[in-house]
Structures are given as C-alpha cells and as structure tokens.
Write a protein that binds this ligand. Structure first.
Ligand code: SF4
Length: 728
C-alpha cells in the first residue's frame, strides 16, 4: 500500500506543498497538498514533473570520469574524490588559491544541506574567484539591500495579500511564481487585489502572461526602469505627497535624493522610457492615493544596464509613498531562520570588498560577476582560473557569451562538477559527482522564508530512501571540503569542536545547523525544554507546516545598520544616479532593436528539459518580434531569421507578435541543448538556442558589474538557406 509523504517543492521560490504517494523506494504519484499552510493546494507543472526526474534514465547514478575520447566512464566514489582532490590541490600548490574557481547554480538556494556547507567549502578553497547564478540576476537586489538596510538579505516584499495597489515592474509572477517574493499562486493573489476593488499595474517591455491578466499594462523601453520610478518619486515630491516625518525618523539621506530629482520629471524622461508623461503622472498619484500600495521590481529590472539603481529606486519609491513597512505596502518578513545574522557571523556579506583580476569588477555577497568568468579562465597570469568546480550550475547556457564560456571551460587544467546530468557545462568536466536527487534527503527552505509574504516554517522528510551507492549533495561537498583541508563550518574553532565532538558522537549535519538557526531564531524554543517554540522536532510534528502570521509592521526589525535606519543615499548609488542623470536625456535611436529574455512556466532555468511533459507541444524557443520590426527587417512569422549581436550571429525561428513593444525582441532563456544531446536524449530532441550565445560579457551593469541580459543591442536579418547553414 502506498504511503503518503508531505514535502515542500524545492524547484522554485514558491515553496508549494506536495503530497507524494510512495511504494517502497518508488514514487507512484504526486499531487498538491491542499493543507499546506502557504500554498493551499497550488502547484505548477514543474512540481508535478518531479517524479519524472527521479525516474529519468539519463540522470547520473554513479561518478563519471571523462575519457580521452571525450565520453564518460563510471568510476567509484573513492576514485572520483581522490582524483578531484589530487588535481585541485596540485593546481593550488603550483598556482595559488585563486587558480581555483567555483560556480554555484540556482538550486543551492533551495538546498539547506549544500547551503550550510558552503562557507566551509569556500574557506577550504580560499579563492576570490567564486561565481553563482545570483551574480547573474540578483546582485543588484543584494547590493541595494546591503547598502540600504545593512544586509543583503533584508529584502522588502510586496504585501500582495493586503495591498490595494500592486505596481509590478520587470517581473512576471504568473510564470516565475514569484522571485524574491515567495507567494504561491500569484494569479489568485493578484486577482484577489482586483476583486477587493484594488488595481494591478504591470510595467514591462513585453505584454506578459501577468500583464495580460492585470488592470493595466505599461510598455517600457528595456533598461529605463530607474528613470520611470524616479519620475514617480519626483511627482510625489512635486505634489507634496511625501511623509517627511516618517522619512526623517526612519531613514537618512533623503535630501541627497531629492536634490537630484529635477532631472527625472515625467516629461524629461518620457523619450527615454517610452512612457508618456501623463501616464507617469497618473500612476504616481494613483500610487499615492491608494489606501495601501506596494511597488515591486525583479529580474527584468535587475538584469538591465542600470539594474542596481532601478532596484534601489523601487525601494525609494516605496519610502517616498509611505509604503515601506506599512500594511499592504512593501514589508519585511520575520523569518523563522534568519539568514542575515549568519551572513554577518561568517563575514559572507558585503559589496566591493575585492575585485576581479582582469576587469576589476566588484564582488557582491562573496561572488564576482559571472560576466568575467571566461576572461578569468582565459587570461594568462597570476590568479588565472585553472581548476574549476561547478555545483548544480550550467554557465555554458546561463552566462553571457556562452560560447566563449564553453571554450574557456574546455581549456581548463581540471574541472569537477557536482550535477545530476551531463549537460552543456558538465560535458567539459574531468569528473562528475552526481548527488542523489533531492527527494532522498530532508528539506527546509532557509533562504525563502526571508522573502515570504507570510511567515511560515516547515520541515520536509525524505520521500524515498537514499540508495546504497548514493550521496546527498551536502555529503559530496563535505567530503570535497575535507579533502581540500577544510572543515564543515569554515571556522577553525568550530571545526575543531566538531572534530573533538565526533569522538563523543556529535556530528556536523545540515539538520543540526538548521535546528540551531531555528531554535535561536525569533520563534525558536531558545533550547529551553519547557518552551513551546520552534525546533526541527516540532516542525516534524506539523507536516503541512506552521503558519507564523503576516509580515510585521515597521522596518527596524530587518535593519542591520547600527542606527536602525534605512540609509537611502549610499555613495555607490548616488554616483550611479549622477552618471545616469546624463543618460536619461539621450534620444533613443529609432532603429534600435533590443533583445530581452523570457521566462517560461515549464522551464526551470537551464534544466528539466529532459522531462518529456515539460517539452511537449509547440516549439517555445522562438524569437518574438513586433510586426513593425519584422516588416522592417524583412522576416516572416514561422520562418528562420539571423539574429546578430556583437558576440554572435545565429539562426533562430521567428514568431511575429504584438506581445513585445516595437524595438524589442524576446527569446526565452535556458535552451540550447544540442551539445548535451548525447547525454540528455529528450532535451537533445528539443534543443532550441541559447539566448546567452547573443548576450555580451563585455557589457555590464554600472554598480555591481552584473551581466546585462535585458536590452542587448541586436540586428535582425532574413536568413537565406546559405546564411542559416553558415551561422549554425
Ligand atoms: S510553483 Fe515552484 S514551488 Fe510550486 S510546484 Fe511549481 S516549481 Fe514547485
């Protein structure tokens, strides 16, 4: 008889509850958990596809070593660990710590085991050459929060369940299911805003799935979100709609911003943003007049040329409108496991504490911008990356100028990948260490309770037993860390404590770390046996999770600056603002064509395309082109065309649609699987093309140096058969 196991989905930030039906070590069914305290029965197609990953015959089950012929052969765990450690240590001995580099993919943020060992691994590596998916799309948010509130993880979240006016910029929550906004079923939540008499406004260069279902859609030119938002602030100032008492009490630096707003009148930025001044003025006053209102921006904004400035401007708008920390506004959660103090203790948090060797771009939250990855591998000299680790990441598809990244990976002295698959990146690895699929381990969300619309806590048990020859990802990272001479915490005293404690049975585990965070946190039992507070043990008794209430009013509980005030005018942002003031006057070239990305419901970044149900149906990897631009370029719907950027010219299929504004073309990310076709047979039959073949690693955002993935200048040409063959 099948057993039921309740578990949180760990694929995206929504943290939906799932109920698995299990027979022995096999998942025989999955369905939404109607009793889950946060998702209440919501689930998306990716969550329902989890058993297909478990059963995927192409998923690696044993360590692999690359052969001289470029294929892979199975080896034992001992052989794999020994080879990886020997080669990495040899590179470090000969060339120094910075000759080692690491790229960590997005799945780590959904994996408490890997997250809790990360500091130990980084300490053991001792390199400044760390990169992550976050340094591809989130550094502007981290840097803004770090400067504004004193912690990269003090992130305000729109109180969508209580707001009357939701201004959503550069985000598509119907498809993303929320990004730094953990709120499963955003469709229902946004419809509820309208149903209670409120309004939802989407600002985006594309009339997205979310925009089509919203009260109003505003088509903005890519990369101009900062100007639009600052113009909204300027209108609030002009109409004396600012709560100056609150600002004086809770913040510093307002005057420095106000002095600079003269350059951002709605009329002055209209040509730049493509939004007429009357619309900007109307939206500003609607935002001010609504009983409650929240402004929110995300990846479309982060990934643009002025991404940090635009992210910061969202928070400034919320401050100006009296919406920061107010019910129905942009509020701070009170997480059961608070990431901010852990980052402080491990000295992981910060911005611009060191810079990349070749181009001098700054780190953010310990990671260098992934845009410099290829040049740090390819440029000779001291500190050149020669040995590389990837963890659940696919930089060949997710980093700009992916073909250059791929060439750089192929020229490394040694590469080890911890990954479920041979993919476009791990095909270059010398050794692949495949973890057990996450269903075989406990799960809890450390990161996303920090950005959840409702404070909740959950602990999920394993769904299936771990196989005899399987290891959890954290076990693999722990073993690598130890063989590189480090310990699990990265703190010499604590690591020694665990070593000595091991004699008496005290073992470092992710569960122990999570339990300490939980018990010492706001809702924790503080290790008092008589307390009713939270612990892992208590969460285990509540398989659908525990609801801890709505977000708290005020901002001081999430401010880490000593004065407990939001610092609105940090130097890097003011400098960026001054630079930008010149640029908002530029008149856009009427012939410009800017490439933007696109997220899809059935795509999980660059993976899960090997699941048949997620690639079935029409070809989704097509370039959206506005009819005016298609006519001008001479390309036709359903036919191939040539897309040209500074770094690549390649063929792709065109879909002519008014969904994008004129001057904008859009391609989804995460595709381009031709190179991995021998190892991922389903994905290989639906390869698509990678948008990051066209994005440019030389063009970076102004404050954090992150790749510009939205607003890439391109040209479009008709493809003759000869040109198509030559470009592919
Ligand atoms: S929305 Fe995200 S968390 Fe929910 S089922 Fe889908 S992938 Fe999983």
């Amino acid at each position: 008889m099948a057993q039921r196991v309740h578990r949180t989905c760990s694929l995206c930030e929504a943290m939906c509850g799932l109920t698995f039906e299990v027979e022995g070590d096999r998942v025989v069914g999955v369905r939404p958990d109607e009793d889950d305290v946060l998702s209440h029965g919501f689930v998306c197609p990716k969550g329902m596809a989890i058993p297909a990953v478990q059963d995927d015959p192409d998923r690696l089950r044993t360590p692999m070593r690359r052969t001289a012929a470029g294929s892979f052969e199975p080896i034992s765990w001992e052989e794999a660990f020994a080879l990886a450690a020997e080669r990495l240590l040899a590179i470090r001995k000969q060339h120094g710590s910075d000759a080692l580099g690491i790229y960590v993919g997005n799945p780590i943020v959904h994996n408490h085991g890997a997250l809790t060992i990360r500091a130990g691994l980084m300490n053991a590596l001792g390199t400044k050459n760390a990169f992550s998916a976050g340094s591809q799309d989130t550094s502007p948010r981290f840097a803004s929060s770090y400067h504004l509130y004193g912690s990269s993880f003090s992130i305000p979240v729109p109180d969508v369940d209580r707001t009357d006016y939701f201004l959503c910029i550069g985000a598509n929550p119907y498809v993303s299911n929320g990004s730094f906004l953990t709120a499963p079923n955003m469709r229902a939540r946004m419809r509820a805003i309208v149903a209670r008499g409120g309004k939802t406004v989407i600002v985006d260069p594309r009339n997205t799935e979310t925009a089509k279902d919203s009260s109003e859609y505003i088509a903005i030119r890519p990369g101009t979100d900062a100007a639009f938002q600052l113009a909204l602030v300027q209108v609030l100032v002009e109409h004396r709609r600012i709560d100056r008492d609150w600002i004086a009490r809770e913040t510093t630096g307002w005057d420095a911003i106000e002095r600079r707003l003269g350059a951002f009148t709605p009329e002055g930025v209209a040509a730049h943003t493509g939004i007429d001044a009357a619309t900007t003025r109307r939206i500003a006053l609607e935002f001010a007049d609504a009983k409650t209102a929240a402004a929110y921006s995300r990846i479309g904004v982060c990934n643009s040329e002025f991404g940090t400035l635009a992210t910061w401007a969202t928070d400034v708008l919320n401050v100006a409108g009296g919406r920061l920390g107010a019910v129905g506004g942009s509020m701070f959660p009170t997480p059961a496991m608070d990431t901010a103090p852990v980052l402080e203790r491990t000295k992981a948090d910060g911005h611009a504490r060191w810079h990349s060797r070749v181009r001098g771009l700054p780190e953010t939250l310990g990671d260098l911008p992934a845009a410099v990855l290829a040049e740090e591998m390819a440029t000779q000299g001291s500190g050149q990356i020669r040995g590389f680790i990837t963890f659940a990441g696919n930089p060949a598809l997710s980093v700009p100028n992916g073909r250059r990244v791929s060439r750089a990976l192929s020229n490394l002295d040694f590469m080890v990948s911890i990954d479920l698959y041979v993919n476009e990146t791990t095909r270059h690895a010398d050794v692949i260490l495949p973890p057990a699929w996450g269903l075989a381990d406990d799960h809890t969300d450390i990161v996303f309770s920090n950005v959840s619309v409702r404070n909740v806590a959950r602990w999920s048990p394993p769904v299936v037993p771990q196989g005899e020859n399987e290891k959890a990802d954290w076990e693999i990272l722990l073993e690598l860390t130890r063989r590189l001479g480090g310990g699990p915490t990265g703190n010499a005293v604590l690591d020694l404590g665990f070593k000595i404690g091991g004699v008496f049975g005290l073992k470092w585990t992710p569960e122990l770390m999570a339990d300490i965070m939980l018990r010492s946190g706001t809702y924790g039992d503080k290790f008092l046996p008589w307390s009713n507070g939270l612990s892992v043990k208590k969460l285990r008794e509540h398989p659908h999770g525990i609801d801890l209430g709505p977000m708290e009013v005020g901002i001081q509980h999430r401010i880490r600056h000593k004065d407990r005030r939001a610092h609105l005018a940090p130097v890097p942002l003011l400098e960026a603002l001054d630079d930008y003031t010149e640029k908002v006057r530029d008149v856009p070239n009427p012939d410009e064509l800017l490439l933007i990305g696109r997220r899809e419901l059935r795509t999980c970044n660059s993976w899960m395309h090997n699941v048949p149900a997620l690639v079935a149906g029409r070809d989704r990897c097509v370039l959206y082109v506005h009819p005016d631009d298609a006519a001008r370029a001479g390309v036709r719907d359903g036919e191939d065309a040539l897309l040209e950027s500074r770094v690549h010219t390649g063929s792709l299929r065109v879909q002519v649609t008014e969904e994008v504004r004129p001057g904008v073309v859009s391609l989804p990310h995460g595709w381009g699987h031709a190179a991995a076709a021998p190892w991922q047979r389903v994905a290989g039959e639906h390869p698509g093309v990678s948008i990051n073949d066209w994005t440019d690693d030389e063009r970076t955002e102004t404050v954090v140096g992150q790749s510009i993935l939205n607003g890439v200048p391109v040209r479009l040409h008709p493809a003759t058969a000869h040109e198509t063959a030559a470009a592919s």
